[in-house]
Ligand binder design. Structure first.
Ligand code: HEM
Ligand code: CA
Length: 296
């Protein structure tokens, strides 16, 4: 199985190379930390943490990059490429792209002020990707609470873990088209002053790609996301579903009041996410280029 010291003799500098690259990427652009956290999530929820998300389309399969939840939305591929290039120089053919994604997500959260969690290593990389699985396994921001619970339960997570993982939205940005209906549909639970301020940058038509921060401190990993949900200031419909429907309100409340508990539970849930069906042993391969299967 996976182990935290997997590269300690085969590539002792692996973790420090990744960490150095992440801190420099985030100092040039803080949002990159959010983008890298999301990249790991979108990898793991689609046939496990196997770097399938990084593969470009081939003549044998359509990749995941162009699936609805990813297209014009996922970012950070270049940062992963540059880490991979450095690692291939240092220890050729040793460190998998899937492990780079897992460590990059953790180091990003740490760099933005969040918590540190253990990242067991030894994942190998997929030799295929699934457009269809990306379309069907990644949750949409238009889901209601029951559907969110079910999307995460399909991957083995409890409702509490779904709520704490949604706390990933304490960092980063969302495009207008992902939350517009929430602003102009008057059945939504949303603070009215907050809705007015979002509307300034997200008109009822046009401006699809205009960005808004996912919480009021979107450059910092903290529990503001949960405080905002209690104040009906969730950006996505799926965010606000976690508070106001009853069954998960007490979980949101507790994270809004106790950032230490949020950090501890988030870290545990991230380690669990990182363990979703990894390829190990002789399954998969160690890609030399994260975008391509070896020999292609
Ligand atoms: C609960 C179900 C979830 C839904 C419906 C959802 C949906 C979304 C959407 C629609 C966006 C904006 C995308 C865009 O504008 O193109 C987004 C951004 C983001 N999501 Fe989620 N997400 C969910 C869970 C998660 C989880 C579990 C994590 C990580 C632990 C996460 C991390 C992020 C981050 C960090 C961003 C900002 C990315 C950036 O700024 O580049 N999300 N999410
Ligand atoms: Ca925040």
């Amino acid at each position: 199985q996976l182990s935290t010291n997997f590269y300690s003799s085969s590539c002792p500098s692996a973790l420090s190379i990744i960490q150095g690259a992440i801190s420099s990427a985030i100092s040039s652009e803080p949002r990159m930390g959010a983008s890298l956290l999301r990249l790991h999530f979108h990898d793991c929820f689609v046939n496990g943490c196997d770097a399938s998300v990084l593969l470009d389309d081939t003549s044998n399969f359509k990749g995941e990059k162009t699936a609805g939840p990813n297209s014009n939305s996922l970012r950070g591929y270049e940062v992963i490429d540059s880490i991979k290039t450095q690692l291939e120089k240092q220890c050729p053919g040793v460190v998998s792209c899937a492990d780079i994604l897992a460590v990059a997500a953790r180091d990003s959260v740490v760099a933005l002020g969040g918590t540190r969690w253990n990242v067991p290593l030894g994942r190998r990389d997929a030799t295929t990707a699934s457009f269809d699985a990306a379309e069907s396994n990644l949750p949409s921001p238009f889901l209601d609470l029951a559907a969110l619970i079910s999307a995460f339960s399909n991957k083995g997570f409890t409702a509490q873990e779904m709520v704490v993982l949604s706390g990933g939205h304490t960092i980063g940005q969302a495009r207008c088209l992902t939350f517009r209906t929430r602003l102009y549909d008057n059945t939504e639970s949303i603070d009215s002053a907050f809705a007015s301020s979002l509307k300034q940058n997200c008109p009822s038509s046009g401006g699809d790609d205009n960005l808004s921060p996912l919480d009021e401190s979107a450059g910092t990993f903290d529990n503001t996301y949960f405080k905002n949900l209690v104040g009906k200031k969730g950006v996505l419909h799926s965010d606000q579903q976690l508070f106001g429907n009853g069954s998960t309100d007490s979980i949101v409340n507790s994270y809004s009041l106790d950032s230490g508990k949020f950090f501890t539970d988030f870290g545990k849930a991230m380690t669990k996410m990182g363990n979703l069906s990894p390829l190990t042993g002789s399954n998969g391969e160690i890609r030399t280029n994260c975008r391509k299967i070896n020999g292609s």
